[in-house]
Design a protein around this ligand. Structure first.
Ligand code: ZN
Length: 115
């Protein structure tokens, strides 16, 4: 891969990683402290709902954060931008949109149709 492209994707990944960690930090600060809602049933229910929402957010963002870290590792190892399934280069358009992509579009679509 062109080193200039690689640097660009590296920057995109770092930028997304920063966005994600600040989003996670904000979510954490919104989760009420355990025990802080005792004595008020309605508030407790709302707090539970809110906490559940934040947990779901965490799960999604956690997966993405991991995918980004793996992509950064592949850049270090020199295997970035190559499909893990068919070993063909992933298209620039796809990396542009999803810089942490591990599979080319064809393999990704095949995975979807199999599931
Ligand atoms: Zn592929």
């Amino acid at each position: 891969m062109d080193p200039a492209d690689l640097r660009r994707y590296h920057r995109l990944l770092l930028k997304k990683q920063r966005e994600l960690s600040s989003a996670l930090g904000a979510a954490q600060s919104r989760v009420p402290a355990a025990g802080g809602w005792e004595g008020d049933v309605i508030d407790q229910a709302n707090a539970d709902e809110e906490a559940e929402l934040q947990i779901q957010l965490h799960r999604t963002d956690g997966r993405l954060a991991r995918a980004i870290e793996e992509a950064l590792a592949r850049i270090r190892q020199g295997t970035y931008g190559v499909c893990e399934v068919c070993n063909r280069p992933i298209s620039k358009a796809r990396l542009e949109a999803v810089p942490w992509a591990r599979h080319c579009r064809e393999c990704k679509e095949r995975e979807h149709s199999a599931a």
